[in-house]
Design a protein around this ligand. Sequence first.
Ligand SMILES: Cc1cc2nc3c(=O)[nH]c(=O)nc-3n(C[C@H](O)[C@H](O)[C@H](O)COP(=O)(O)O)c2cc1C
Ligand code: SF4
Length: 433
Amino acid sequence: MSATAMGAAPGPSGLPRLLAGLDPRGATMTHADHVRVHGELPRSSPRQLIEAVEMSGLRGRGGADFPTAVKLRSMAGGGRRATLIVNGSETEPASAKDRLLLTRLPHLVLDGAVLAASAVGAGTVIVKLGEHSREAVRAIEGAIPVRPAEPVDLHLAVGPDGYVTGEETAVVQYLNRGVAKPTFVPPLPFQRGYRGHPTLVQNPETLAQLALIARYGARWFRELGSEADPGSALVTISGAVSAPGVYELAFGTSMTDLLAAAGGASEPLQALLVGGYFGTWVQASRAFALRLSREELRSVGCALGSGVLIALGERACGLHESATVIEYLASQSAGQCGPCAYGLPAIAESVRALADGVAHERERERVLRWCAQVRGRGACHHPDGAVRFVESALSVFGAELEWHRRQRCTAPPVGLPLAPGGAAGPLPAAARR
Ligand SMILES: Cc1cc2nc3c(=O)[nH]c(=O)nc-3n(C[C@H](O)[C@H](O)[C@H](O)COP(=O)(O)O)c2cc1C
Ligand code: SF4
């Protein structure tokens, strides 16, 4: 099948794509407006849709970067009792993209959910949101009843907040037993998930992208970006920039243009945190040479993760900021795996001591040793993400350790968000594009 064999309508050229028609005053797009912008829900066979998603090269936008078509194929034949969960937990404090989509463009996400569910034969869609997302809850509550008759049942579930509650097995366990903690795998959700049936868990942005691919085709999707990194992505940019917000950018955009989209740096920058609190710090001088591409980011040990970029100004203290983040991540462990429950608090305590200048140089080696011991030993990837962050902090800000031992650091905290939905403060009401 060719990339356009689904009889795709011509799609919007250039950007915005996902954010096309977004009301600058902050209103939720109605179903009628949504249909005016994107047309009716396309009707294609499951095989056609999965092939189009495969040819588009779409990868998950919830952080794991997994090829979406592979997930869809793994669920094929799951039967009507299979379920699709829209993972709208958005537990990364510095991320606001999912909230933006669910609150302002709920029908685009629901279209993607209905299409993906139909493609795998699932009879139920559950939109799972966190308690912090009150506006998204209202938008989805309002959107579900006004949709035309659907081939699947749509439901909304609201769960507790907390960094690990958005991990997919935690989402499934919450819906099954009311316990929002990750479970040991296997079985993975696609094998045995909601009520014991095959369950597909997808991020809202992934589904919104899928809704566009179903309408406009894989070839259209690939008009932006590169062969290896096709399409566009939503990036939440915050920190020392003039206009923090959620921006839709094409893969391949230079880091300089990315920052320019957010109004440019508001002061000279020393580093960027790429990929959120499971991400990595990169020195600003190195970061400016990068593009939004998986390969280029990987070359400096980074990944886009859930699309978060935080700019750290020169006046801030990267060591103290990192100590605050790792303390937060340690406090968010579900407390059920030793390396995570005991390892992360010990690492956090040592990083704080290093930042306060009260630990010996040997403490750094101890932290790095603990990081290696913790990695890969939890039921979920929480400890892996946390130690990746710590290792990058000690690498990028390591040269400052000696100075911190000799002098008192008086840099004021920059106020990194420490709760889901925390990016709400610095973000403008209308996300800029
Ligand atoms: C600790 C932890 C927290 C996570 N939180 C979220 C979240 O809030 N939203 C999300 O979509 N994915 C989150 N994920 C990733 C999910 O487990 C899963 O990979 C994702 O929802 C799959 O959707 P995708 O393939 O569309 O990216 C988290 C993963 C981990 C390890
Ligand atoms: S690794 Fe940590 S967060 Fe993940 S399940 Fe185990 S204790 Fe919970």
